[in-house]
Design a protein around this ligand. Sequence first.
Ligand SMILES: *Cc1c(COP(=O)(O)O)cnc(C)c1O
Length: 279
Amino acid sequence: MSTNTISSRAQELSENIYHVKSLISQVEASRPARRPVTLVAVSKYKPASDILDCYNAGQRDFGENYVQEFIDKAKELPADIRWHFIGTLQSNKAKALAATPNLHALHTLTSSKTATLLSKNLSPNRTSPLKVFIQINTSHEDSKSGLSPLSASDGDGEDRETLISLCKHVIRDCPGLHLEGLMTIGSIVESKSSEENKDFARLSETKSRLEETLRSTLEEAEGLIWGEEVIDGNGDGKGRRQLLLSMGMSSDFEEAIRQGSDFVRVGTGIFGQRQTKSG
Ligand SMILES: *Cc1c(COP(=O)(O)O)cnc(C)c1O
């Protein structure tokens, strides 16, 4: 064993994580009390050595976007990492994805077919269900995947049915999965705006509307479990079942937390710029 020298890259990553975490804490302190925000370090295109440096600095939640890259990294990295899959998932890759025992959460569920495949093909070595977030396309951009958000003007439309039936499928028919919440990416324009982010507001409104339905149908009528108990600061100190929100990236995670985020996904802000295929 060599003496305790820490590389300059390890030093840099550790400082970046510390910096992002302190910004998260500052914003958390200024909003109504809620469960602590989880920082997901998004490591796509970055080498396993970077992830290990962050791990040694105490980071445990990491996000990956590509199935093969994820599988390869998970194999060689510590087994107590909580992996979050945040990339678009084609149903034909669901089985391969599900085989990694420490896959902690999927943030991009959009179909019942994929949900069934994941639930049926989970590793037998898992100790808990796979948490899933349903992706919502709050900005209605063709380039982004996700189901439509719910709003006051929807009534009982088709979009509403699609989202509710996916939730019910996960809760009732997929014993390997746990419906954890909702996720959005949001538009770049909103991300750069200095005002309230409309994508985050749409996700938050969708969450409230969906929760009402889940409470009255599945929870009260059938005793089924979804989301997490959250103390929502209404004074009685009691938790209520809520959906958690995955929103906020390097450029907008502080605003996302102000607007109620529980999971922020930060890549560039920790690892620096990425070399991407598309540039
Ligand atoms: C790449 C990616 C991120 C991280 O983006 P940064 O801007 O680098 O922080 C977050 N969420 C998703 C879904 C991503 O694909």
